[in-house]
Design a protein around this ligand. Sequence first.
Ligand code: PEP
Length: 253
Amino acid sequence: PSLRTPIIAANWKMHKTTAESKQFVTEVRDPIGNMENVTIVICPPFTAIESLSGCLSGTNLLLGAQNVHFAEEGPYTGEISPAMLTELGVRFVIVGHSERRAYFNETDATVNRKVQAALHHRLVPIVCVGEDLAEREAGQTFSIVESQIRLALGGLDASAAEQAVVAYEPIWAIGTGRSASAANANEVCRHIRQTIASLFGDTTANKIRIQYGGSVKPETIQDYLQQPDIDGALVGGASLDPQSFVGLIRAAI
Ligand code: PEP
């Protein structure tokens, strides 16, 4: 296990209406709402954020968003600014998820602008990096994640960078039921930590939390969390069902 407090984040993607989101919280708040020594984040769709903000108060469940725009405000139809999120009690935001990179033109450059904007507003960015199957088979995993990290965190100083969370999510493992072995995921997370050390120094590298994501289940999460460089998990599919989510959190502490 790592020395850092584990952080488990649920990425609901485009699942759950507001009513369904509230029902979920009703079911999980008693079993996990008071657990300590773990950071628990729920990232619902934007439309459910305001209602959940009310239901989560008095628990240790924190709110995250799945995306943010980098501008303060402006003519960006359909977009949401950092201040619009913080006003509702949102503390985290997923930035650069591979689905956004693949389907919504997210690039390393926009990821960097979003990371900077989020930190400026005291929102913790969960910065997603990871290689696709062809890159992995070509032996490029380390170089791809290293370049994504350098670009995503470019222009930050160490005190800002250490606030961020990184999620290593191999694209071929997301929603596929295939996952990187715990030992292999740890190697990549260690490489990410070394990259951060070369950019910002060892103190920052030792503070920053790095999650693994990719078909994590209640039965497998412990294998990842036992690794020294893996500090949590970003979970899609297995975070949607209340019982499974409770199982993930119970296994994590
Ligand atoms: C994700 O989308 O961040 C993810 C890890 O999804 P899943 O757990 O479903 O693979």
